[in-house]
Design a protein around this ligand. Structure first.
Ligand code: ZN
Length: 494
């Protein structure tokens, strides 16, 4: 991902999808699987099962977002919607004037309004998982979860049916209980800060669609039924079985995401602008990536933010540019963004993410088993079930995974920032577009209202991309080719 997409909506986390979230959310920073909404800063968090997020965002960049970027970017013309013409002359522009102080620019662009937005999102980054855990505890201690199980048992004898019915009730309850926070995070603040003007009805429709996707993947497919089978059969070693199952589930999820899930939420097409398309295909071919793997996605109805990402696996792997990026960035900036994404593609970051999550899942499931065993022993009476393999334990499972994922986040972020740096370096080695890269970061910060220079503790806990000030400094200074050295990540003809 070029920038951090939205965190998953709380509903997704606190609901059953947290299982998949664990899988992909952890991979998310690296993989940027979903064109998920456009949430907080610039990290990327996605899940095979977390569909194109409740993209907060909304429409064509103008009103609120434009002033920032126009004010600060050296080439404000490029930032306006009619970029085609602006792009064309920008690329032909003669020798640039003495290098501007891009770091000062990105800082100056961080208006009080953007700071308020960024701070709110940072706070939500902590509030949201905690809220999800509280929702899980509420379902347990109120006896609702046990009641859902009783209803499910009354509906049929087959375990498949029982789990499916339980899931529908559980996801519906999760939707209702987390709605206030999901609405605030995904809709209200995006509108307040001029980052979206999507209507309430289409936004709500997306949210409901996500619930249906959750039911389809976890109930109908049926991943939850499959996950609970080893819990019943191997009371002490089930975590090992689930950890082993993570790899194939993640591979399948990542493979299917761009072809099955993402199109349910957004429209994907080949690049529309034939000239730009030619440039990008040429760049992709130089990077050793088939040009047909590049798509654009219509996000402008949902958000004004800009982004791009790599998703899929094997035959479905692709690079996707948000149409907002195409509209608001100059051609040379877009080419650098593509170079960054091509870095993810060529450096096998998706694979790395899947492998990393699979390993991590073994640790998390092991801890999860230990915590849940103790919790059930202590509160089984109050919760209305005595065995962990009782489907009524699902809120406990999800809440525990959410807690552990939260604790693991600094490590996952550290890894993600590392691969993002590699992708930036690859993009520069491929394009040699240092100036365009710095401008792209400035535009990204202004348009998405990102804090370019967050405090260290916040970087550690929430940032899965390096801070933009660091990325700009790197873009300005990284030129191994000027000293005649080969690239570290990209070598022509390889
Ligand atoms: Zn990236």
């Amino acid at each position: 991902m070029f920038a951090r997409p939205p965190r998953l909506p709380v509903r997704v986390r606190s609901s059953l999808q947290a299982l998949a979230v664990l899988l992909t959310l952890l991979a998310g920073p690296v993989v940027a699987a979903a064109p998920a909404g456009s949430g907080p800063e610039a990290l990327s968090r996605t899940a095979a099962a977390a569909p194109a997020g409740p993209g907060p965002g909304a429409r064509s960049g103008t009103a609120a977002a434009a002033p920032d970027s126009a004010a600060a970017t050296p080439d404000s013309a490029g930032a306006t919607p009619d970029s085609a013409a602006a792009r064309a002359d920008s690329t032909r522009a003669a020798t640039p004037p003495p290098p501007p102080d891009y770091v000062a620019m990105v800082r100056a662009n961080f208006t009080p309004e953007s700071r308020a937005y960024a701070t709110t999102l940072a706070a939500l980054g902590f509030i949201e998982p905690v809220y999800g855990i509280l929702v899980g505890l509420f379902l347990l201690f109120s006896g609702l979860s046990a009641r859902f199980r009783d209803i499910a048992h009354a509906m049929g004898h087959r375990i498949y049916v029982r789990v499916l019915v339980y899931l529908v009730l559980y996801l519906a309850a999760g939707f209702v209980l987390t709605f206030p926070l999901a609405f605030y995070q995904g809709f209200a603040i995006e509108h307040r800060y001029g980052l979206s003007d999507q209507g309430f009805s289409p936004w709500l429709a997306e949210q409901l669609k996500q619930v249906l996707v959750g039911i389809a993947f976890f109930g109908i497919v049926p991943l939850v039924r499959l996950a609970y089978a080893p819990i019943a059969r191997f009371p002490r070693r089930w975590w090992l079985v689930l950890a082993a199952g993570t790899l194939p589930v993640m591979v399948a999820g990542t493979l299917l995401q761009p072809v099955v899930i993402d199109p349910l939420f957004n429209r994907f097409t080949p690049l529309q602008d034939p000239r730009l398309s030619g440039e990008i295909v040429g760049l992709a071919e130089r990077a050793g990536i088939p040009g047909r793997r590049v798509f654009q996605v219509g996000r402008s109805a949902q958000t004004r933010k800009i982004n791009a990402y790599v998703s899929g696996f094997g035959v479905s792997q692709r690079i996707v540019l948000w149409d907002t990026t195409l509209r608001d960035m100059r051609e040379d900036e877009i080419l650098f963004v593509m170079g960054h994404e091509m870095g993810h593609y060529r450096l096998h970051h998706i694979w790395l993410g899947i492998a990393g999550v699979s390993l991590l899942s073994a640790v998390l499931f092991w801890l999860c088993a230990a915590i849940m065993r103790r919790a059930v022993r202590r509160w089984a009476g109050r919760w209305g079930f005595v065995h962990l393999h009782d489907i009524a334990s699902l809120p406990l499972f999800v809440a525990t995974l959410t807690l552990l994922s939260l604790l693991a986040q600094p490590g996952v972020n550290w890894f993600s920032r590392h691969v993002e740096r590699e992708a930036d370096a690859f993009g520069l080695e491929l394009t040699h577009a240092n100036d365009a890269a710095a401008r792209a970061f400035i535009k990204l910060a202004a348009q998405n209202r990102l804090n370019p220079d967050p405090p260290q503790w916040l970087k550690v806990s929430e940032y899965d991309h390096p801070a933009l000030v660091e990325r700009i400094r790197f873009a300005e200074s990284y030129r191994p080719w000027a000293a005649g050295k080969p690239g570290r990540y990209f070598r022509a003809g390889r």
